[in-house]
Write a protein that binds this ligand. Structure first.
Ligand code: ACO
Ligand code: ZN
Length: 448
């Protein structure tokens, strides 16, 4: 297994104004999962008086759950937070707590335990926030895939009734596992994942990078690695190009692997479920291969049969591998499978912030490349047939780029080459290419 590798963070990932999710642990793999939020975050350079004893007298401490206050973050600036939970710390003062806070302008993956010194007690707003509760009680149960229980924030929970939503939020509000070890990497987690209760007293879990079994102690993992004979995900290798391989794993044939993968993935997916039956899914696991084996980079899952024409259920690039084009590779791969099936596809909703960015980038690039080449008029239906992208997604992408005009009851696509070039430039890099000639795959058919 070797020691934990610490690739140096890039300036982009760890620049002075760009947050990362890795706290202060310099050993951990950094990732750039949060760069997008920071520009929207109001900051304050103010230094608090921090007159803790004065506040204590006025009864502010300990802070109540729900309190809103400014908190010093790892960028050294103050950001608004809401107190989600508190716990006593060992100290001579029975009123000493630390607080689990949500940075209200940031994604939930940045939620963390902070010390009292980080809070600006002068900024305390004592009104407990009712917004989430109000929204929860106004939600109604809708049809939407009853088998699923979606995790976390309200936007992703239209299918839960108010009571289940509250229970869910209560249960998942504090991250349970802080870090995992997987292959060469130690990775800080982003979200709660419902591991079996016996794992919930562990801050760190050790994963076998091949069978994805997880353990509470390093020695257990070391013992396991001496016995485990897997060197790649179980299942069929359906794609190999250079050192990249894709394996198709049938959740029915490899139930434990499928479940382990879901537990692992949920640590980085806020709004996805674990409670559905892995039997119904295929998992496409992307690996970088070397002489020690095939190391998982990311994956996507796909329902064997989707009534809603979903061609992808969940997608994840593990944090150490993010922002290298693997996400767009996985997305492109899911559309290549749809093309082989002769179907159009769309990702399951809701999309996360990063999921949306990746899809929008992919759709923009694919569609605009075609529009550039096709000088003549082309319809949305033709674009959909060529790309396997669902017409709704084509329309929303082109609309967001302001490339759709509505004339005489018809949609017309504007394809001014200069405008297209400008959008293409803004859409970022193309990601890693899928070489379709290296894909050996037939669509899923029920056996027996
Ligand atoms: N900040 C700003 N933009 C970003 C960021 C970020 N942190 N991460 C991705 N993007 C955007 C960029 O436009 C990027 O293209 P660029 O690098 O050319 O600018 C594009 O998304 C995709 O980049 P990739 O390198 O191809 O994607 P990556 O390997 O990082 O994977 C993914 C993207 C899978 C969404 C990853 O961020 C992830 O696993 N996130 C956690 C899980 C998640 O949210 N999954 C999607 C849920 S929705 C669903 O499952 C249906
Ligand atoms: Zn193993």
């Amino acid at each position: 297994m070797g020691s934990i590798e610490t690739p140096p963070p890039t300036a982009e990932e760890n620049g002075p104004t760009t947050p990362t999710c890795n706290g202060n642990n310099k050993q951990q793999q950094t990732h750039s999962g949060d760069g997008l939020e920071i520009s929207a975050a109001p900051t304050s350079e103010k230094t608090p008086e921090n007159d803790v004893s004065k506040k204590r007298k006025t009864g502010v401490l300990p802070l109540e759950v729900g309190t809103r206050v400014m908190c010093r973050w790892r960028d050294g600036k103050y950001h608004p937070v809401k107190v989600i939970e508190r716990r006593k710390i060992v100290s001579s003062d029975p009123n000493d707590y630390e607080y689990y806070v949500h940075y209200t302008e940031f994604n939930r993956r940045l939620d963390e335990w902070v010390k009292l010194e980080q809070l600006d007690l002068d900024s305390v707003e004592t009104d407990v926030d009712e917004k989430v509760e109000d929204k929860a009680t106004s939600l109604k149960m809708t049809r939407h895939q009853k088998r699923k229980i979606d995790e976390t924030h309200v936007e992703g929970h239209e299918e839960l009734d108010a009571a289940s939503l509250r229970e869910h939020e209560e249960f998942t509000k504090v991250k349970n596992i802080a870090t995992i070890e997987l292959g060469r990497y130690e990775i800080e987690t982003w979200y709660f994942s419902p591991f079996p209760p016996e794992y919930n007293d562990s801050l760190k879990l050790y994963f076998c990078e091949f069978c994805l079994n997880f353990m509470k102690r390093k020695e257990q993992l070391q013992r396991h690695m001496r016995k485990c004979d897997l060197k790649h995900p179980p299942g069929d290798e359906i794609y190999r190009c250079g050192t990249l391989s894709m394996f198709e794993v049938d959740g029915k044939k490899n139930k434990v692997y499928g479940q382990n993968l879901c537990y692992l993935a949920k640590l980085f997916l806020d709004h996805k479920t674990l409670y559905y039956d892995v039997d119904l899914f295929l998992f496409y696991v992307l690996c970088e291969c070397d002489d020690r084996g095939c190391h998982m980079v990311g994956y996507f899952s796909k329902e064997k049969h989707s009534e809603e024409s979903y061609n992808l259920a969940c997608i994840l690039t593990l944090p150490p591998y993010q922002r290298k084009g693997y996400g767009k590779f996985l997305i492109a791969f899911s559309y290549e499978l749809s093309k082989k099936e002769g179907k159009v596809g769309t990702p399951e909703r809701p999309l996360s912030d990063l999921g949306m960015l990746s899809y929008r980038g992919y759709w923009t690039r694919v569609l605009l490349d075609i529009l550039k080449k096709h000088k003549s008029n082309i319809s949305i239906k033709e674009l959909s047939d060529m790309t396997a992208i669902k017409a709704d997604d084509i329309l929303s992408t082109l609309q967001s780029l302001d490339l759709i005009q509505y004339r005489k009851g018809q949609h017309a696509i504007c394809a001014d080459p200069k405008v297209l070039d400008r959008h293409l430039k803004a859409a970022g890099r193309g990601g890693l290419e899928v070489d379709v000639s290296k894909l050996i795959w037939t669509p899923y058919k029920e056996q027996g």
